[in-house]
Design a protein around this ligand. Structure first.
Ligand code: ADP
Ligand code: MG
Length: 251
């Protein structure tokens, strides 16, 4: 059955958008239909990360009732479908959770996974994306302020009676100053789905306005995102030379 997964965090800048895009593309690489939705309406980023041109119809138009969702779905070179938000301040509206839920329901008809990238914090916008989800993934960095904010977020999600799939810890440098994974798991009382290492190719990918999975499919972070996607799908996955590049080149 199709599922809406919202990628959330407490703290901003921890790697939500990078995760929504690359986890989505990794799931698509395993043959699933994926739609990535930019539900961060106040500061949309998906278009910037993927170099999408200013699109004529965005999620904002759909939420305003000016267009139907099928008109706001665009295809990325990876085969993943994208629903961008508009950078135009004029089109910025308060997000109605119910409308976001409706959008997700419609997208589930064409996808196995609908992935919502959401705003940081616990404001109205972030809560709307949480409410629209069937399940959530919390992204954090291995630092006390980020994990503390993640804990606050997980409590809010619990109060909304939503299921948390687990936590993705990003930008791991394996430094002594980082919070150990065991402590993160204990503090959040949630399973860690996987970790993403600090990888300078992510900056290179953002500069190239594309996903690291497309620009550097064999990089450390790409392999880590593919590993998490495989875990979510219950697939046995070990990186094999040539396998993913062939798969991605065939899109
Ligand atoms: P958020 O959506 O939570 O605000 P982003 O996904 O936009 O976070 O990431 C913020 C910045 O962190 C990005 O611009 C990117 O440069 C950097 N970043 C994210 N993940 C990694 C990583 N694994 N390695 C290196 N840099 C990363
Ligand atoms: Mg973001």
């Amino acid at each position: 059955m199709a599922s809406i997964i919202t990628i959330t965090s407490g703290k901003g800048g921890v790697g939500k958008t990078t995760t929504a895009i690359n986890l989505g593309i990794a799931l698509a690489g395993f043959g699933r239909e994926v739609v990535i939705v930019d539900a961060n309406l106040s500061t949309p980023n998906i278009g910037l990360h993927l170099g999408a041109p200013i699109v004529p119809i965005s999620l904002n138009h759909v939420l305003c009732g000016e267009a139907s969702i099928s008109d706001a779905v665009y295809e990325h070179e990876s085969g993943t479908k994208i629903v961008p938000s508009s950078l135009s301040i004029k089109l910025m509206k308060t997000v109605e959770g119910e409308k976001l839920k409706e959008v997700g329901k419609k997208l589930k008809r064409i996808a196995d996974y609908v992935i919502y990238d959401s705003a940081a914090g616990l404001g109205e916008e972030a809560i709307a994306a949480m409410n629209a989800a069937d399940e959530l993934i919390i992204v954090t960095n291995p630092e006390i302020p980020a994990v503390t904010d993640a804990l606050k977020t997980s409590k809010v999600i619990n109060d909304l009676n939503k299921k948390i799939k687990g936590v993705i810890v990003t930008r791991l440098r394996n430094s002594k100053t980082e919070m150990p994974l065991k402590n993160i798991e204990e503090m959040l009382e949630l399973p860690i789905l996987g970790t993403i290492p600090e990888d300078k190719n992510i900056q290179a990918a953002i500069f190239a306005k594309n996903a690291i999975l497309c620009t550097h499919p064999k990089s450390k972070a790409s392999i880590a995102y593919k590993t998490i996607a495989a875990k979510i799908l219950g697939i046995n996955y070990k990186e094999r030379v040539g396998f993913w590049s062939r798969l991605f080149n065939s899109f």
